[in-house]
Unconditional design. Structure first.
Length: 117
């Protein structure tokens, strides 16, 4: 008896605001952009930071999350730091940016620029 394949949950949850921002970014994307990519380069006081950039090539180990507005790639080397996180887009009178609720983060620097796991 064959069993139905289990649907794998997305490694990252995107709010509707984050999806709308990805759509906005893709509307202004340079030629050849396949989507935007989230990675966690080593940076800042705590060690890791969030970085979102255009991507023109899909790497074999990147996670691919299709949204209504475009594709979000998650760097294969960063995915372990991000599983279960929520990605949101927040704008107010003074700032605008992606905000992450990351259950894997054990701490962050005072300025909020970087985190540690």
């Amino acid at each position: 008896m064959a069993t139905a394949a289990r649907v794998r949950p997305a490694p990252l949850i995107l709010t509707s605001s984050a999806e709308a921002r990805i759509a906005d970014l893709m509307g202004k994307a340079p030629a050849g952009a396949l989507g935007v990519k989230l990675s966690t380069p080593r940076r800042g006081c705590s060690g890791l930071a969030y970085s979102v950039d255009y991507v023109t090539e899909a790497k074999p180990f990147d996670e691919k999350i299709d949204t209504a507005g475009g594709t979000l790639f998650v760097d294969g080397g960063s995915i372990l730091y991000l599983v279960g996180s929520t990605m949101d887009w927040v704008e107010d009178d003074f700032t605008a940016g992606f905000v992450f609720n990351n259950p894997n983060a054990k701490g962050a620097c005072g300025c909020g620029e970087s985190f540690t796991v």
